[in-house]
Design a protein around this ligand. Structure first.
Ligand code: FAD
Length: 344
């Protein structure tokens, strides 16, 4: 089979793979038509936003469907602004737009690459806030029934880097996201890097600028160095296991979860396996942030990056008995690959 369509510029890891076909949908109707056409031919379809949370392991035998449904519609009442946003809008551009319009609430989530439609899939989060805290609803097309459905925030079942959509990628395509931003805005400054700021004298624009500065210092720019942000999720463990760990590693950073469990920093665990800066062929661990795997010169293959990820997984498992889970989705020739197949 011939693969004509190059995907290198459509994934932030800059993996040089090809697909059989690439199509772009600007509205719900064409999106469904494209999907049906591929489905009727028995070909797989991968919905893609900015390609900033995926790792292509090989060429894709089906159709890449770029969701580019646009539009930002804002209404307001005394209590809140309501934003109805097309899935194909860039998330970071939306944040900048709200800051310019003096609508606070998205500042902590500045500089996250990718599209609005992907934001609910893994419940994006950064600097003490997750999408779940501001999301009112998610509009999807159910590809099985071909109907449009609205999921309320509660129905999305958002959790840390998870939602009902993560496991239903073949069924639902996000077409719009509804956000509700309160006028009685309160800054969220409890995360390291922001905790020094004065909560009584700070604007959302100032927080936005601080977040931007920190992120530019800490994270590689995908334009220059291939990467998909954090490769692994921060592990969440039960209190008994945490107590054992604290005995051996009293300085380990941790965060209490609402359910009583403990979230650890995957970056810290990797760093304490002395892996920061480790190089594996053309793949490497970013020297400034151990949680980020990089395609240094943009010539690594997806399997090289995955081999490094497996190496990291095994090192952390050997040292801490903690089994990291990838945040990045692994994409094979036919679609998403269950990470359990790779990380065993
Ligand atoms: C430098 C860098 C920093 C990052 N920082 C953060 C961070 O701070 N916090 C964070 O949470 N993430 C972060 N990420 C990860 C990534 O940016 C987010 O997960 C983002 O939401 C992915 O958006 P995307 O459009 O690129 O998704 P893609 O990579 O295109 O897609 C991701 C998955 O969602 C599916 N998908 C995409 N769009 C749709 C849709 N409309 N309907 C149904 N399924 C869809 C795809 O099929 C795929 O399985 C970072 C990434 C990079 C490169």
């Amino acid at each position: 089979m011939k693969y004509h369509f190059r995907l290198k510029s459509l994934n932030t890891f800059s993996i040089n793979v090809f697909a059989k076909n690439i199509v772009t949908a600007h509205n719900e109707h064409t999106l469904l038509q494209f999907w049906k056409k591929a489905y009727n031919k028995g070909e797989p379809v991968l919905i893609l936003g900015g390609g900033s949370n995926i790792l292509f392991l090989e060429n894709y035998i089906g159709t890449i469907l770029l969701n580019r449904i646009k539009g930002v519609f804002i209404t307001e009442n005394k209590i809140a602004w309501r934003l109805h946003v097309g899935a194909g809008e860039r998330w970071d551009e939306l944040v900048v737009y709200t800051i310019h319009k003096n609508i606070p609430g998205l500042e902590n989530l500045a500089c996250i690459p990718g599209c609005v439609g992907a934001a609910p899939i893994q419940n994006i989060g950064a600097y003490g806030i997750e999408l779940s805290q501001i999301c009112e609803y998610v509009d999807v097309i159910d590809l099985y029934s071909e109907k449009k459905i609205r999921f309320t925030c509660a129905e999305c079942d958002f959790k840390y880097r998870n939602s009902i959509f993560r496991d239903c990628l073949k069924r639902y395509v996000v077409v719009f996201v509804g956000l509700r931003l309160l006028k009685n805005w309160k800054p969220i400054l409890n995360y390291s890097g922001l905790s020094h700021l004065n909560k009584y004298h700070i604007t959302s624009r100032q927080i936005f600028n601080v977040v931007r500065r920190i992120r530019h210092k800490k994270l590689p720019d995908p334009v220059l160095v291939g990467n998909a942000g954090s490769f692994f999720k921060n592990p969440i463990i039960d209190i008994k296991m945490a107590a054992c760990l604290f005995q051996n590693y009293p300085n380990i950073p941790y965060y209490y979860q609402k359910d009583g469990r403990i979230k650890l920093s995957a970056g810290w665990l990797i760093e304490h396996c002395r892996l920061k800066g480790c190089v594996f062929g053309e793949a490497a661990i970013y020297p400034r942030q151990a949680l980020v795997l990089i395609n240094t010169r943009k010539i690594a293959t997806g399997t090289e990056i995955a081999a490094l990820a497996l190496y990291v997984y095994n090192k952390v498992a050997d040292k801490f008995k903690i089994y990291l889970q990838p945040e990045v989705r692994l994409i094979g020739s036919n679609g998403e690959i269950n990470p359990k197949k790779l990380f065993v």
